[in-house]
Design a protein around this ligand. Structure first.
Ligand SMILES: [Zn+2]
Length: 288
């Protein structure tokens, strides 16, 4: 019996060990790779050599791209806009006096459809005054998306910015009252009105605003073209230029702008492309 007990104990210990994710699994590099429109491509640029102080610079088209050091290599972390045509793409790299072109491929992805009915038709068919305001706001947001700040401490491992239920995935092709609108370029978390919205990672507040569609919004610049955007806030607690730490409160969940209920719409911008925020969050946090 004593022997059996030991065997049982051994197998119990083995099962326990197998059930525990290894350190490597827990620390999977982020963002995860997803070579599709709306995804992120991880492209090895060069080994890290003695010239560590001179990281490569990389561009996709005209847009500078985030380069990080990981596992002894310089990696380009490339945001792929939702309207990227699947097929061959090219990264331009400048390193140690050389310019090279690195080809990579973008695969096809079919995102699901969603049909939404809104009672406030003013948000579906805006008036001429609203259209003028919307045009200005689109131009302003477009400019913010291309913002670049050099820093060597960009954190690409994000914490979820609100506690709540996932209520809208990235990339969903939306129809409001039967009319096609732009795809859902963010991630929705349904949370009680007035609950905290927190920074996904350290950064600097790039802009705050109150927009027709996005409502009260905060942009946090994490450096090197990585920016997070938090929309529909009830209240904003930070100002432009503030330095914020990971999980620091930025404001409160609300439903300002075009929203059918209190929720946080969270977008992630990388080299001016809106990409899937879920790729930046550990799988264990997403599974809650
Ligand atoms: Zn949303």
């Amino acid at each position: 019996m004593k022997f059996c007990g030991r065997v049982a104990l051994f197998f119990t210990a083995m099962l326990f060990a197998l059930a525990q994710p290894t350190a490597a699994m827990q620390e999977a590099p982020l963002p995860r790779s997803s070579h599709v429109p709306g995804g992120v491509a991880r492209i090895v640029v060069a080994p890290v050599t003695g010239e560590r102080k001179a990281p490569p610079q990389a561009w996709l088209g005209d847009q500078r791209v985030l380069v990080i050091e990981e596992g002894g290599q310089w990696l380009a972390i490339v945001g792929l806009a939702l309207d990227t045509a699947p097929g061959p793409q090219e990264l331009r790299v400048h390193h140690l006096g050389d310019t090279r072109r690195l080809p990579f491929t973008v695969d096809t992805k079919q995102y699901p459809e969603q049909r939404i009915t809104l009672k406030d038709t003013g948000k579906v068919q805006p008036s001429d005054t609203d259209l003028a305001r919307i045009a200005l706001e689109i131009a302003e947001i477009k400019k913010l998306k291309t913002h670049w700040r050099d820093t060597d401490d960009t954190d690409t491992r994000f914490a979820l910015p609100a506690k709540g239920r996932l209520s809208g995935r990235f990339g969903v092709r939306r129809f409001f009252n039967g009319e096609a609108r732009s795809p859902h370029a963010g991630f929705d978390i349904a949370a009680p009105h007035g609950s905290a919205v927190t920074a996904t990672a350290r950064g600097v507040v790039l802009n705050v605003g109150d927009y027709f569609f996005n409502g009260k919004t905060v942009f946090v610049d994490h450096g090197n073209g990585l920016i997070s955007m938090y929309c529909h806030l009830d209240r904003i607690d930070v100002a432009v230029g503030d330095t914020v730490n990971k999980s620091q409160r930025l404001g409160l969940v609300g439903m300002t702008g075009r929203a059918t209920g209190p929720h946080l719409h969270w977008s992630v911008i990388l080299n001016s492309a809106m990409v899937d925020p879920a790729l930046f969050v550990p799988a264990s946090a997403m599974a809650r």
